[in-house]
Ligand binder design. Structure first.
Ligand SMILES: [Zn+2]
Length: 310
């Protein structure tokens, strides 16, 4: 039986192995008639099954696992987020090609770094884009109306890792497509990056009892991300990283208190927040009505975020 610390080490090890093994597996599958990139489907399916099982066997909080209605909502977001994020990335690459074709790299020095070096650079790059946009989304009212959808769950699990408003996912996808296009990563590096991104995203949101210890200082672990979902704004306005915690450490938003997580999760000062797919899609356009519905808490005199996030 693994301790929570050993379990976190093991899951991070599996995540790294899937990332580094994505290209050999892809070549193996292609030799048997599968299309390029098929390893991504195989790896993510197996990974989700493992995390899903552990969420039932060793939950961090048994109350967080979703009921049927919540699972349907997050299943719909899984589809819309995948379409918006991947479509946004493709659009971002096209925009860069249209505006500054001279800046688009095809191969070159970055390819010579190999898969490991390429993933390090691509992860740091995409996470810098994510960090910047994410932090802005917590500090600027119009962006918070869109991003608050991701903070609507009252518990974390792998299914709601994809709960992003399509505008949120598409904007980040476009910026990421532009940023990554500047480097000209090889296809092998790109496949490993996509594998890391999708597997770590699920791990970060998982409802599994973990104690990541020193990993927190490099990776944006589930332990850190749970604080990010605290409904206490002073706690949640931290830990913006998606894969690594280095940007949070560098820019002073690394939050790792010694005590265990003891705050409820959700959108702070909005206890009555939409929870179903269609209603969540409408959140940015019905913000005034949602504020009125939560007027008693939102307009409380000691609300520190009323000005910046209205
Ligand atoms: Zn956030």
């Amino acid at each position: 039986m693994l301790t929570p610390r050993q379990r976190s080490y093991a899951l991070h090890g599996v995540c790294a192995a899937l990332t580094l093994g994505s290209n050999p597996l892809d070549r193996h599958l292609q030799a048997r008639g599968a299309g390029p990139g098929s390893s991504l489907l195989v790896n993510t399916t197996g990974w989700y099954a493992l995390l899903f099982g552990l969420e039932r066997l060793k939950p961090a909080d048994a109350g967080w696992n979703p009921d049927g209605a919540e699972a349907r909502t997050d299943g719909a977001f899984f589809v819309t987020t995948a379409v918006a994020a991947l479509g946004g990335q493709a659009l971002g690459a096209k925009i860069l090609q249209w505006l500054r074709p001279d800046l688009v790299r095809h191969g070159g020095a970055i390819g010579r770094l190999g898969v490991v070096g390429g993933v390090v650079v691509s992860v740091l790059t995409s996470d810098f884009v994510h960090y910047s946009l994410h932090r802005l989304s917590h500090q600027w009212g119009p962006a918070w109306r869109v991003h608050s959808v991701h903070h609507s769950p009252e518990g974390l699990h792998i299914l709601n890792a994809s709960r992003f408003h399509p505008i949120d996912a598409a904007v980040e996808g476009v910026l990421e497509g532009i940023a990554l296009g500047l480097f000209g990563f090889s296809e092998r590096q790109h496949l490993a990056h996509l594998t890391m991104r999708s597997t770590y995203g699920q791990l970060q949101h998982c409802n599994i009892e973990l104690d990541s210890g020193p990993i927190d200082f490099v990776m944006a672990t589930p332990d850190l991300h749970r604080w990010h979902h605290s409904e206490v704004y002073a706690e949640g306005d931290n830990n913006y990283g998606a894969i690594v915690s280095v940007w949070d450490r560098l820019f002073g938003t690394f939050f790792r208190p010694e005590r265990p997580l003891d705050s409820p999760l959700g959108v702070g000062r909005m206890p009555s927040f939409p929870q179903r797919f269609k209603n969540l899609l409408a959140v940015p356009f019905r913000w005034g009505a949602i504020k009125e519905r939560n007027a008693e808490t939102w307009y409380a005199p000691d609300n520190p975020i009323l000005e910046s996030r209205s």
